[in-house]
Design a protein around this ligand. Structure first.
Ligand code: ATP
Length: 200
């Protein structure tokens, strides 16, 4: 059984996933990490990107300048679509390979774009980490030491809170402290074990 976990920037996906992993030994696959793996130097996708956008898309050490790429596709839907068509299947393959290595009773797929990318097709249930926007903003500003306007722009570009919640089977409410989040994760874990039991 694969459970998807999603939420907006700074909502607490990592904090929740860490609890599943450390307290319950659940195998966690991070889609963000996979999206970096597929464009590492030497990977074919990086060469395709250079062929399309030129050498200026690389940093001096030959790795992808992700900020420059983001800028290139931000206001160019056709370029963004090209990039997504290149990367999404590769990321999906990496995710599946990793998920196959899981030995825990179920595995967790953490992805900020779980629904938007179609990765939720791999999952039996979807957890949404939900947090009031003001809390999301202040935690992210503090964590990343970036201007508020920058975080607001990212939040605007991501799925809206209500839209995300529409896809949730389970919700983790993360407006309070970490202990409160952990208690909810622990309860969900027990529920998933029960679900597995009734299925078998
Ligand atoms: P991103 O999508 O940007 O990677 P995320 O959804 O993984 O973010 P986290 O990194 O888990 O979010 O949380 C954002 C910040 O808020 C982190 O600094 C984290 O330590 C902090 N945080 C998360 N949950 C809580 C909480 N309940 N109480 C206090 N701080 C929290």
């Amino acid at each position: 059984m694969i459970i998807g976990l999603t939420g907006g920037i700074g909502s607490g996906k990592t904090a929740a996933a860490n609890r599943f992993a450390t307290a319950h030994g659940i195998h966690v696959v991070d889609a963000d990490e996979k999206s970096r793996v597929v464009v590492q130097p030497g990977k074919p996708a990086l060469q395709h990107i250079v062929d399309r956008f030129g050498d200026a898309i690389l940093l001096e050490d030959g790795s992808l300048n992700r900020a420059a790429l983001r800028e290139q596709v931000f206001a160019a839907p056709a370029e963004r679509q090209w990039l997504e068509q290149l990367l999404h299947p590769l990321i999906r393959d990496e995710i599946i390979t990793d998920l196959k290595s899981a030995s825990s009773p179920y595995a967790l797929l953490v992805s900020p774009l779980l629904v938007e990318s179609g990765q939720n097709a791999l999952t039996k249930r979807v957890i949404v980490v939900d947090v009031p926007e003001a809390v999301q903003l202040s935690r992210t500003v503090q964590r990343d030491a970036v201007p508020e306007a920058q975080v607001r722009a990212i939040m605007q570009a991501q799925a809206q809170r209500e839209e995300r919640l529409r896809h949730a089977h389970d919700v983790l409410t993360n407006g309070s402290d970490l202990a409160a989040l952990h208690a909810q994760v622990d309860a969900l874990h027990q529920r998933y074990l029960q679900l597995l039991e009734t299925q078998s």
